[in-house]
Design a protein around this ligand. Structure first.
Ligand code: ADP
Ligand code: MG
Length: 692
C-alpha cells in the first residue's frame, strides 16, 4: 500500500481544521497530494551577489552596510535605506513601513536584501525587498537550496508552503512512494525515480542551476511532466474505454440513400473526403460506439462528410443530432442538410434557444416521437426537455467551442436502454498533432487533408488603417465588378453590445462612402429571422458588402464573396484569423484578404500578421499560434483541463507527446492498477470527466 496516499495532511505539524479545509479546496488532502503540489518557479537565495556584479532585472540576494535611512514625502511617503558595499551603493525603497522598521535600520549595521534589482537613474534599487538586519560579525545562515515558489491562494504564504513541504519530504524519505511508471519506461528515457525527482523539485540543491529549471528540461522535470501528460492521456483513454464498453447499434453502410446523395452532388467528393467517410462508415458498422474526430482545414468540406454519416444512421431508421456552436452556423447547417435530404423527403428539424415556445414544443414533440430524424441546433439540444426517441448518431461541429463536458452530455441524450449513440466530432481549427493527441486522446482522428479542386489560395495583404480610403476604394471596385465582400469588425471587449455597435457605426460609414453599393449588417444581436434574411440576401447577391462581427467566423459559406477586410486583426489569434479568412476563397476567382491593422503595431504583432500573409495552411498557422499564444487559446478557453497542467508544458514538452501516447496505450491495456493510480495521483477528485 502506498502509505503517503492515505496519510492525511492533518498528520503534519501546524495543519488544523481550517488549513485542512483550505488545502482541500486546492485538491490537497493527503501527503501525496501535497508532494504533487509542484513549484511554479525558484528563487536563488543560496548566494550573495556583490553589488558590483548585479544586473538590472535580476532577482537576487545582496548585502551591504547601512549608510542612511530616511523618510521622504516626495509623491508618496517613502522610506529609503541606502546600503553600500565597497564603492557601490543600493537603495531599498519602502512605501508601506512602520516607524520601528525605520528605527531598526541603524547606520553601520549590515543588511541583506532579496528582491528584483533595478537600475535607475539614481543607481541600483530594490523596491520592497525582503530583508534581514544583522551585526557584521554574525551573519545569518544562507539556505543551501534553491527556494521553491508554489502556486498559492490568498492567505497562504510561501513560508507556509515551504514548511508543509519540508515536513512532507521527511515523510517521503521515511515511507517512500510507489512509482507507477514501468521500469522499461524509466530506462527508455533515462528518467530518475519518482522519489528522487520529487525531492529535487521541492528542494533543489544549490548546485542546480535555475536556468536549467526554467528551461523545463532538467531530468526530474521531464520525468514528472511525462508522468503528468501520461496521467492525463490515461484519463481520457479511460473514458473512451468506459464508453466503448457500451454497446451501440450496427448501421448498415450499404444503403441506397448514400449512393443517391453522391449522385445528386454537382461535384465529386475529394479523395480525402472519401477516405474519411469510409473511416466513419466502418466505425458505425460496429456494435461499439464510434468516437471519431474529423479535423480539416476551413473549406475542406467537413459538413458534407457529416451528411454521409447522418444518412447512414437515418437510412437505418435512427435519429441524428447535429450541434453547432452558433446560431448562424446551425442555421446554415440546417439549410445545407435540408437541401441534401430533401430528395429523400427527410425533413430537418431546427432547435435553438431563441425559438418561440410554441414552435419549440412542436419540435420537441417531433423529436420525442421520432418523426424528426435529422435535428440541427445549438446548445439548446442539451436541454432536459429535449428527449430523443432513438438517437443513433451525435455530430458536434466546431468542437473547440464546446467543453468536454458538453460533448459528453449530448451523448447521454441518446441511444436506447442498453446502447449509446455513435459520436462524430468535427473541428475546423486545425490542431497541431501533439496538441490533439493530448486534448483528444479519447478519440480516433481523421484528417481531411485536401481542399476541393479549383480553389485558389487567398492572397493576404497587411495594411495600416492610415490607408483606409484605398481599402474602401478596393471594396468599391470589387463590388462594381459583381463580386461581394465582407468587412469584419473586431473588438477585444467580450461585450457583444459593443461589438455590435462598432459594426453598426462601420456599416453606416461605409454605406455613406459607397452609396452605389448595397451594404448589409449582421451581428449576434439580430433576431434569427433577421440574420437568416440578411444571409439569404448576401447569398443571393442582393447585398454586396456584408459588415459583420466575428459571428461569421465559423462556417458561413458564400462562394461569390472574394474580398474580406478584417479590422484590427492584431486583436485576434492567428487561428481565428484563419477561420475568418476561410470565408473567402471558396469560388473560382482569386480572393483577397486585407488585414487592416491599427497603427502603431508592435514588432511582435507585425510578425504574427506576416505569418498570415505567408501561408494559408491551417496546420502551420495553428502551430505558430500554439507557439505564440499557448494551448489554451488554440483549443479554445473551454478546454481548460489542458491549459492547467502543473508541470507539463505542451510547448516545452511537445516532443515527448508521441511517446506519452505510446506508453499510455500500453499501460491502459496491460496495467489498470497503475493506470488508475496515476489518474488519481495527478487528477485526483478533479478528474472531472471520470464518471461517464
Ligand atoms: P468546412 O470544412 O469548412 O466546414 P464546408 O463543409 O462548409 O467546409 O464546405 C465548404 C464548401 O465546399 C461548401 O460550399 C461545400 O458545398 C463545398 N464542397 C464540399 N465538398 C466539395 C467537393 N468535394 N468539391 C467541391 N466543393 C465541395
Ligand atoms: Mg464547417
Amino acid at each position: 500500500m502506498d502509505k503517503l496516499s492515505t496519510l492525511t495532511v492533518t498528520e503534519l505539524k501546524g495543519v488544523g481544521a481550517s488549513l485542512q479545509l483550505r488545502l482541500k479546496k486546492l485538491g490537497i488532502e493527503t501527503v501525496q497530494d501535497l508532494l504533487f503540489h509542484l513549484p511554479l518557479r525558484y528563487e536563488d537565495r543560496t548566494r550573495i551577489y556583490p553589488l558590483s556584479a548585479v544586473r538590472h532585472g535580476q532577482k537576487v540576494s545582496v548585502e551591504g552596510t547601512i549608510e542612511l535611512a530616511d523618510i521622504s514625502f516626495a509623491r508618496r511617503r517613502t522610506l529609503s535605506c541606502i546600503i553600500s558595499e565597497g564603492n557601490r551603493t543600493l537603495e531599498c525603497r519602502f512605501f508601506h513601513f512602520s516607524a520601528s522598521q525605520k528605527n531598526s535600520m541603524i547606520r553601520g549595521k549590515k543588511m541583506r536584501c532579496f528582491g528584483e534589482v533595478r537600475l535607475t537613474r539614481k543607481g541600483l534599487q530594490i523596491v520592497h525587498p525582503e530583508y534581514q538586519i544583522f551585526e557584521s560579525d554574525n551573519p545569518p545562515l544562507l539556505p543551501d537550496r534553491l527556494t521553491p515558489v508554489y502556486p498559492t491562494t490568498e492567505g497562504m504564504h510561501q513560508k507556509r508552503w515551504q514548511n508543509l513541504l519540508s515536513q512532507a519530504l521527511l515523510l517521503l524519505k521515511k515511507y517512500s512512494i510507489e512509482d507507477w511508471l514501468p521500469e522499461a519506461l524509466l530506462k527508455e528515457f533515462n528518467f530518475p525515480d519518482l522519489q528522487q525527482a520529487l525531492y529535487l523539485l521541492h528542494a533543489p540543491g544549490a548546485d542546480i542551476s535555475i536556468a536549467q529549471f526554467e528551461s523545463g528540461n532538467s531530468p526530474c522535470q521531464l520525468r514528472l511532466a511525462f508522468e503528468e501528460l501520461l496521467a492525463h492521456q490515461l484519463s481520457l483513454k479511460n473514458i473512451r474505454k468506459k464508453i466503448q464498453k457500451n454497446k451501440s447499434i450496427k448501421l448498415d453502410p450499404e444503403n441506397k440513400l448514400s449512393g443517391q446523395l453522391k449522385q445528386a452532388l454537382p461535384f465529386d467528393l475529394t479523395s480525402a473526403q472519401l477516405r474519411v467517410i469510409n473511416e466513419i462508415v466502418t466505425d458505425m458498422n460496429q456494435l461499439k460506439p464510434m468516437l471519431r474526430l474529423v479535423q480539416g482545414d476551413v473549406g475542406s468540406g467537413k459538413t458534407l462528410v457529416a451528411a454521409f454519416a447522418a444518412i447512414q444512421a437515418i437510412a437505418a431508421g435512427y435519429q441524428v443530432a447535429l450541434m453547432a456552436p452558433t446560431e448562424i452556423l446551425a442555421e446554415q447547417h440546417a439549410l445545407s442538410f435540408n437541401q441534401w435530404l430533401k430528395p429523400f423527403a427527410i425533413p430537418v428539424a431546427w432547435l435553438s434557444g431563441k425559438l418561440k415556445s410554441k414552435q419549440r414544443n412542436a419540435t420537441e414533440k417531433a423529436i420525442a416521437n421520432g418523426d424528426a430524424l435529422m435535428v440541427v441546433g445549438t446548445h439548446a439540444l442539451f436541454q432536459k426537455s429535449v428527449i430523443f426517441k432513438q438517437l443513433g448518431l451525435v455530430i458536434v461541429d466546431e468542437q473547440h467551442r464546446f467543453g468536454v463536458h458538453q460533448r459528453l452530455a449530448l451523448r447521454e441524450k441518446g441511444g436506447g436502454e442498453n446502447w449509446v449513440p455513435h459520436q462524430l466530432i468535427m473541428t475546423a481549427t486545425p490542431i497541431p498533432r501533439t496538441l490533439s493527441m493530448t486534448a483528444y486522446a479519447d478519440l480516433d482522428t481523421s484528417v481531411i487533408d485536401e481542399l476541393p479542386p479549383g480553389r485558389t489560395p487567398v492572397k493576404t495583404a497587411v495594411v495600416s488603417d492610415a490607408r483606409r480610403d484605398e481599402v474602401i476604394a478596393r471594396v468599391k471596385e470589387a463590388c462594381s465588378n459583381g463580386r461581394q465582400a465582407y468587412w469584419v469588425c473586431t473588438l477585444i471587449e467580450e461585450s457583444e453590445v459593443l461589438q455590435c455597435q462598432a459594426a453598426e457605426v462601420t456599416a453606416e460609414y461605409l454605406q455613406n462612402q459607397l452609396p452605389d453599393i448595397q451594404v448589409g449588417l449582421i451581428h449576434g444581436r439580430l433576431k434569427p429571422e433577421e440574420k437568416d434574411s440578411i444571409m439569404q440576401q448576401f447569398k443571393s447577391a442582393e447585398i454586396d458588402l456584408l459588415v459583420a462581427t466575428t459571428v461569421i467566423e465559423v462556417g458561413v459559406d458564400v462562394p461569390n464573396a472574394s474580398l474580406m477586410i478584417i479590422e484590427n486583426p492584431e486583436r485576434l489569434g492567428l487561428s481565428q484569423l484563419h477561420q475568418l479568412r476561410g470565408r473567402v476563397g471558396r469560388g473560382e476567382t482569386v480572393s483577397h484578404c486585407v488585414l487592416l491593422y491599427h497603427t502603431p503595431l508592435s514588432k511582435n504583432s507585425k510578425e504574427r500578421l506576416s505569418i498570415m500573409r505567408e501561408t494559408t495552411d491551417g496546420f502551420k498557422i495553428a502551430e505558430k499560434d500554439l507557439e505564440i499564444r499557448g494551448p489554451g487559446e488554440v483549443l479554445g478557453t473551454k478546454q481548460t483541463g489542458i491549459a492547467e497542467f502543473r508541470i507539463a508544458d505542451l510547448l516545452l514538452h511537445q516532443q515527448m507527446i508521441p511517446s506519452v501516447n505510446r506508453w499510455a496505450n500500453k499501460i491502459i491495456a496491460e496495467d489498470s492498477t497503475a493506470s488508475q493510480a496515476l489518474i488519481k495521483r495527478w487528477l485526483g477528485q478533479s478528474e472531472r470527466y471520470a464518471d461517464v
